[in-house]
Design a protein around this ligand. Structure first.
Ligand code: SAH
Length: 246
């Protein structure tokens, strides 16, 4: 069995600890209290330690940015407070990420690689970026959540936390839904319907009311394949390669 054939939930531990180093700890307040993430925090499935980088600034105004050497627009997150903040959480075998549009793109393989970890630390980049010496000295992996630019690393850190923590066995009330999701088997998920059976004259596809599980399974599979072909030809090619053994 190859690594790809093992479901992510099977690789995961029971809990995950995140240390998030940020200029804006308050950014995380509501998301960490909300929905499944809030429940996971409450039940101890995930623990999120917020480290305020400004607490490590020696500037009397708690500044952590400065002008770029060599000129250019914008400011740069300075190394001294970040070095000290990292030292305050640093442990052997705990990967340290930096959010960055020029990092490795977060995808299923990435999640698979890190979902077995017990603890993960994330530095949230800000301004035009961070002093390169932070990366050279400490960072194990720069992580991008996609080919676009956000205004701060906190948005990306939340995505990383959520994508990793929902693989934990205690995170979802229904763990089997993980197995059927988009990207499993390199296909996007089939469409969902729930009550009412009709709204504004738009009905639920009849096959879903047929009670015939095999017919429903086949319909869903076809829908998945067609949608993947239409909106994600890159994934579709992977899927075809896999089923034809090319
Ligand atoms: N000047 C930088 C962009 C800075 S955006 C550049 O051109 O690459 C400010 C911060 O937001 C970055 O330091 C990074 O931490 C975060 N960020 C922006 N886009 C991101 C993305 N796609 N993925 C992860 N982090 C991102």
């Amino acid at each position: 069995m190859s690594a790809r054939d093992v479901s992510i939930s099977a690789l995961s531990r029971d809990y995950l600890i995140f240390n998030i180093l940020t200029l804006f700890p308050e950014f995380f307040e509501s998301p960490l209290k909300t929905g499944l993430t809030g429940k996971a925090v409450e039940s101890g499935v995930i623990k999120v330690e917020l480290v305020d980088i400004r607490n490590f600034s020696e500037n009397k105004h708690r500044r952590c940015d400065d002008y770029p050497y060599g000129g250019g627009s914008g400011m740069v997150l300075t190394a001294p407070p970040v070095f000290r903040a990292i030292e305050s959480v640093k442990k052997d075998n705990v990967p340290l990420f930096l959010t960055s549009p020029s990092g490795r793109v977060l995808d299923r393989d990435f999640i698979r690689e890190f979902s077995g970890k017990e603890e993960i630390s994330i530095v949230c980049g800000n301004y035009e970026g961070v002093d390169q010496r932070i990366i050279d000295r400490y960072i194990d992996c720069e992580v991008s959540i996609g080919d676009y630019v956000l205004s701060g690393g906190e948005f990306a850190a939340l995505v990383i936390v959520n994508a990793l923590s929902r693989c934990l066995p205690g995170f979802m009330s229904n763990a089997s839904s993980l197995e059927e999701e988009s990207f499993e088997e390199d296909l996007l998920e089939y469409p969902h319907y729930t009550r009412p059976g009709e709204i504004d004259g738009i009905s639920v596809p009849e096959v879903l009311l047929s009670g015939n599980h095999e017919k429903i399974r086949l319909w869903r599979e076809t829908q998945s394949i067609e949608k993947t072909k239409r909106v994600r030809p890159d994934l579709y090619s992977k899927y075809i390669e896999k089923i034809t053994g090319d």
